[in-house]
Design a protein around this ligand. Structure first.
Ligand SMILES: NC(=O)c1ccc[n+]([C@@H]2O[C@H](COP(=O)([O-])OP(=O)(O)OC[C@H]3O[C@@H](n4cnc5c(N)ncnc54)[C@H](OP(=O)(O)O)[C@@H]3O)[C@@H](O)[C@H]2O)c1
Length: 610
């Protein structure tokens, strides 16, 4: 991205406002498994896709095992960090309770619930990120439960109309996720889908979303609801890239929303981790321009050192100036470290969540009278029930660890055994999106309404319990090696310190490599072995810094607003659009839904028969 594109995208005034520079089915369905694929789990193929927003493990940070040699050599490592001493401690009591905040205005509870399907009927949507994991689940659910929706315009990156239509067909219409609709509409399935899903070529990083004039006019006339699910979800992305998509994207979309004559609601998919390094129970409180987590902690701390106010305009200027001053050869690396530096300075753990938080701030600055819903899911994993259990795309957050463990390639990881992994199934997130959309779209009141879709307060999944659960699962339903033998896994070890974890990784790498630690006369390892070990430990240390805020996360996401929202739903709506995270049986979800989903949709049988 050119430096100039950031400045052309945001034109921010001193009071932190931004202007564009240019101006029939109910429940789930059953999925038929056509054939069972038995493939060796140690395929040696890279199984990680860097798509999870909270993907703790990204493509670049995957543990790759050289399975062809029979013994896996650790090239890079999965790793997790110890609790950071740099985290600013904020007591639970220091956090402003949501009820004292400024947003959610829930209206009287009607006897027939929120009226979700009624609300959706006849509506025209503009959705970004519809080709992504969550976006697809959203589009599927709308079309299945409200087939009388008028149209879903999806903003899609493509060089021309043909390519855009091809993307819709390949990435949405043909996706297995849509099997229920395929069964319902039979031969007219494609025609139905193309009559509802209309691609518009655009890019949230471009002025006026990259829309041509005709499309702008058409959308401005027709669109009722805007949903922004587009994001760059790499934790340590270049600052310029993340800022442009995650902060600039919502700003440009909100500016576009203001051109839409019928706009009823702007819905932003954010993340619960915008709460950064807040500690304890964190409430569903909106962000306003100028706020920062670091500043918040200083307000409560004794030492009042100088800390500049977070100003998105300054961040853009900093990026532009830095890019001009940096040599091309080191630009990418420098932009990455700059993102992390800025995030840490203001109290966020990484570039992704920092830029998403600034995205929320921009929406708040720009929204005017437009009703806004901000949905903050924690880590989104496979579907719980609908359209069928276990659908997932890509190996997300906890999945690489889980899969490598199952394959016998990793026997521990660095996490607080008593810490919590905050996970929510994708269909529950989508249900909450639709309920909040109907609630606030119908009410039509201006304001910012925050919903944290998270489990850590109401139904925590504790790391040590997860470890036990995985041990039991993979011993009763093992993966198979290349010779068809079941892989027995040891109990998963959890490490509280980087040092212990590094030692463990080193020992593991040596034993898996099949190379004897044959000391040289001076007591040293062979050069090859040393290089393998050093590489894996270095990688582990790098990842430890990146992922420490998540495996030792000190915050727990309150979901009072989300809980209240469910209270407004009728019995029938709760059955069709429920998001009762509180009642998820984690053992059942992980063992009988999520891991089978990963085996089927991500590993596509490469884990061997189960
Ligand atoms: N996954 C999680 O665990 C999780 C957790 C909490 C919050 N969230 C939030 O949920 C949302 C969806 O996440 P996801 O997991 O579905 O992400 P995803 O699978 O990575 O999908 C990202 C989507 O954004 C689109 N996109 C990226 N850059 C764009 C641009 N410049 N212009 C237009 N579209 C662009 C992508 O389009 P292309 O296909 O063209 O690249 C894709 O459709 C994000 O806002 C994320 O922050 C995710």
């Amino acid at each position: 991205m050119e430096a100039s594109s950031l400045s052309s995208a945001f034109n921010i005034t001193s009071n932190n406002t931004v202007r564009l520079s240019n101006n029939k089915l109910g429940g789930g369905c059953s999925l038929k498994v056509k054939k069972k694929v038995n493939v060796c789990c140690q395929s040696g193929k890279k199984a990680i896709k860097s798509s999870g927003s909270s993907s703790l493990i990204t493509e670049r940070s995957s543990t790759l095992m050289n399975a062809d040699q029979g013994a896996a050599l650790m090239e890079t490592s999965l790793s997790f960090a110890p609790n950071g001493s740099t985290q600013t401690e904020i007591e639970v009591k220091d956090l402003v309770p949501y009820s004292h905040g400024t947003s959610t205005s829930l209206v009287e509870r009607p006897a027939d619930g929120i009226g979700i399907t009624n609300f959706l009927g006849g509506k025209t949507f503009l959705v970004t990120g519809a080709t992504g994991f969550l976006g697809k689940v959203l589009v599927e659910k709308i079309l299945r439960t409200a087939p009388d929706v008028h149209k879903i315009y999806i903003l899609i990156k493509a060089k021309n109309k043909e390519v855009a239509i091809e993307r819709v067909k390949n990435e949405i219409i043909e996706a297995e996720l849509f099997e229920c609709l395929r069964q319902t509409y039979g031969k007219s399935y494609q025609a139905f889908m193309l009559s509802k899903i209309v691609p518009v070529i655009g890019n949230v990083c471009e002025a006026n979303l990259g829309l041509d004039e005709d499309t702008t006019h058409m959308l401005a006339k027709e669109v009722d609801i805007i949903v922004n699910s587009a994001a760059n979800t790499t934790f340590d992305e270049r600052y310029d890239v993340a800022l442009d998509i995650n902060t600039g994207g919502p700003s440009r979309l909100m500016s576009f929303a203001k051109q839409c004559h019928r706009i009823q609601l702007f819905l932003q998919v954010s993340t619960a981790y915008v709460n950064g390094r807040r500690q304890g129970t964190v409430m569903e409180k909106p962000f306003s321009a100028g706020e920062s987590i670091a500043r918040e902690s200083l307000l409560f701390g004794a030492d009042c050192i100088f800390l500049p106010t977070l100003n998105v305009e300054d961040e853009i200027k900093l990026v532009i100036e830095s890019k001009q001053a940096i040599d091309d050869s080191v630009l990418a690396q420098r932009m990455k470290s700059l993102g992390l530096e800025r995030a840490n300075k203001f109290g966020w753990q990484d570039t992704y969540v920092f830029t998403k938080a600034m995205g929320e701030m921009m929406i708040d600055s720009l929204r005017g009278d437009i009703p806004v819903v901000i949905i903050r899911p924690s880590v989104i994993e496979s579907t719980y029930r609908e359209p069928f259990p276990g659908w997932i795309e890509g190996s997300r957050m906890m999945d690489p660890v889980l899969l490598y463990y199952g394959k016998g390639q990793l026997s521990g990881f660095l996490a607080d055994p008593n810490g919590v992994l905050d996970v929510v199934p994708a269909d529950m997130v989508v249900n909450a999106i639709l309920a909040a959309m109907a609630k606030h779209g119908e009410a039509g009141k201006s304001g910012s309404n925050i919903y944290q879709i998270a489990s850590s307060v109401v139904n925590p999944l504790v790391f040590k319990d997860l470890a036990t659960l995985l041990y039991e699962h993979f011993n009763s339903s093992p993966c198979f090696d290349s010779k068809g033998k079941p892989i027995r896994v040891p109990k998963m070890e959890l490490f509280r310190s980087m040092e212990d974890f590094s030692t463990h990784l080193r020992r593991d790498a040596i034993s898996r490599s099949g190379l004897a630690a044959s000391p040289h006369p001076g007591g040293k390892m062979s050069g090859k072995l040393e290089s393998i070990c050093r590489k894996s430990v270095e990688q582990a240390e790098y990842l430890a810094n990146l992922y420490e805020p998540y495996t030792f996360y000190g915050g727990r996401f309150d979901n009072s607003n989300t809980h209240l929202l469910m209270g407004y739903m009728s019995k029938e709506e709760r059955r069709k659009f429920g998001f009762d995270v509180e009642n998820i049986d984690w053992k059942d979800y992980i063992s009988n839904i999520h891991i089978p989903g990963l085996r089927r949709h991500v590993m596509k049988g490469r884990l061997g028969r189960s």
